[in-house]
Design a binder for this molecule. Sequence first.
Ligand code: SAH
Ligand code: SF4
Ligand code: F3S
Length: 444
Amino acid sequence: MGARMKSPPKTFHVKSFGCQMNVYDGERMAELMAADGMTATDDPNAADLVVLNTCHIREKATEKVYSDIGRIRKHAGKDGRAPMIAVAGCVAQAEGAEIVRRAKVDVVVGPQAYHNLPRLVADAASGTATLDTDMPLASKFGALPARRKVGPSAFLTVQEGCDKFCTYCVVPYTRGAEVSRSFAQVLDEARALVDAGAREITLLGQNVNAWEDADGRGLHDLIRAMDRIPGLSRIRYTTSHPNDMRQGLIDAHRDVESLMPFLHLPVQAGADRVLKAMNRSHTRDSYLRLLDRIRAARPDIALSGDFIVGFPGESEAEFAETLSLVDAVGYAQAFSFKYSSRPGTPAADMDGQVAAEVMDDRLQRLQAALNRDQAAFNAQAVGRTCRVLVERRGKLPGQWLGKSPWLQSVHLLGDYAIGDLIDVVLTQAGPNSLTGEARVAVAA
Ligand code: SAH
Ligand code: SF4
Ligand code: F3S
């Protein structure tokens, strides 16, 4: 821990890793520092303060923090600068003071304490490393400044933390217990986001469908209230746990037009013995029956999931059950990972840790199946007319990139603006995106 005084930073750069919740937190930290008089820069090498907003989910993600710190230092050393480094996010929460010892950073701030960032940075400027990994009872949200300008598709965290304790996962330890923000606070922020330019809002939470308030309202009540916000055309939510998928939410998929037909519902594995060892508390069959009910309510819903291969003790026959579940569901897209042993989690001490080459092989086979289904899902969309939200410019002149209701990327050519909602005919499909031709521009 150096005792050298540093001048208070004037410019900052926030780099977020990990899930959408971290992206949201990164935006809020940037707003906080801007409100405190600092200026954001896109160039981490020019910033007086670099905030690394970190992810602890797999070993690789955690190690990335330390290599990033080394890179920042090395580059700054070349021009004789000594930028301040703040480590935020889930690694900050998990490793705390260990990061200061190992990497001599200036600030360590956990996901529930980042509203204190300006004060921690000011204290650190006096030469002493500062650390705040408290999980206070009062939520940080009330202490954050108003939302600034945002893009057409915005994130809004409504629920944080996790009480599920899947045996492989660090999130319950890094993010704490499940907490829901209040109905009024979420609606206020949703309106502010729409005023700041959002046409689509994705509600976020580690278990977003567990959102509930003191009056017993659930996520579907929030969605129905948001549906009435003028100017808000699209609502999404992620990530959901199969056990919190209540009938009210399924009904909302049938009734609420602005609720997009897309659901990310991680299953993790296809064999009941593995699911039990993971402490997932759903079975293969209960998951498939749940999907039947969701598809009955919204037949065109696009399904997405997360998978882990090589959980301790997973046999070839059990892995084959994951492949057959994938065949049975037909996911529109999905994420798949090799199991990564995380310190402090129950699975780290389980027998039967699977060899790296076996995991590599299973991941390859699983991804081949998921890629096949994603390509098929995209191909069957060709010929459909759908509404696309224009999110950014493409690489070619006159090209734009937007999203279909089913969260597919759609390329368009024409004279549009970011935030336009365009009715298009989908004309061509690739593995990761589609091409569309405009029909008519529509108002919000
Ligand atoms: N419910 C959470 C899940 C967070 S982690 C959410 O809101 O997104 C995202 C995914 O990472 C999990 O669904 C799981 O598939 C994967 N994951 C979590 N811990 C892991 C580990 N130790 N090794 C490999 N993958 C892991
Ligand atoms: Fe992790 Fe399981 Fe909680 Fe998701 S539900 S964050 S995988 S413990
Ligand atoms: Fe990573 Fe934390 Fe999100 S561990 S996935 S940044 S909740």
